[in-house]
Design a binder for this molecule. Structure first.
Ligand SMILES: [Zn+2]
Length: 218
């Protein structure tokens, strides 16, 4: 009798365990806040950006070409209605080649962190499988806001090139946050060379277009 009961208990335990595993799997897939979902969700860039990025991946660019490239990303983002008037990209310093591109995706992604610089950092780090973008530069169509300024040293980039001064963004209502007044020096003290404003007249065009389209300010 003991043997039979023991066998029955084992079957019961196995069935219970299987049921528990299935429930855990189902809940894990669907419940917000499950262990695999506690970080930010996957934020996809607009489809057109992947195409533009792949078309430019192995081309060396001068600094002006890099700047015009990120300004064109900002313009296209506004034109297509896929986000705010900001574009950014990561380039290898030694070769001038594009590593990854990003655009502002705050509204479509419902993620306050999804500024162009941040999405460019995230995409480059994912593609390189490294949290430190050594030997790389950030090129951004606008002076970084307080968040992106703060995130730059931790991204690992060694240089920053920016287009429009932050005032252009403020003039149409964007909140750029508070950062130290001599923010160039603050980054340079950390070994990050900063250059800008560069091509500010061209870098202003995405803001003008965005304002005309009365885009959402965030
Ligand atoms: Zn920002």
């Amino acid at each position: 009798m003991f043997g039979k009961d023991h066998h029955t208990d084992d079957s019961f335990n196995i069935r219970t365990m299987l049921t528990f595993c299935m429930l855990a799997f189902i809940c894990g897939c669907n419940t917000p806040g499950a262990p695999e979902s506690i970080m930010t969700p996957a934020v996809k860039m607009p489809e057109w950006l992947y195409r533009v990025e792949s078309e430019h991946l192995n081309k060396s660019m001068t600094d002006e070409e890099k700047m015009r490239f990120v300004i064109s990303l900002a313009l296209e983002n506004v034109d297509r209605g896929t986000g705010g008037p900001f574009g950014a990209a990561i380039f290898e310093i030694a070769t001038g080649k594009l590593v990854a591109a990003g655009v502002n995706s705050v509204v479509p992604a419902n993620q306050s962190w999804a500024h162009a610089e941040m999405t460019a950092f995230a995409r480059a780090q994912m593609l390189r499988q490294s949290f430190a973008l050594k030997g790389c530069m950030l090129v951004t169509s606008c002076e970084p806001c307080a968040m992106c300024f703060g995130a730059t040293p931790w991204s690992g980039v060694e240089q920053m090139l920016y287009g429009a001064p932050g005032d252009f963004a403020r003039e149409i209502g964007f909140d750029e946050g508070d950062k130290v007044s001599d923010w160039h020096s603050a980054l340079e003290k950390r070994g990050i060379k900063v250059t800008g404003p560069m091509l500010p007249d061209e870098a202003k065009v995405p803001f003008t277009l965005y304002h005309q389209k009365t885009g959402k300010i965030y």
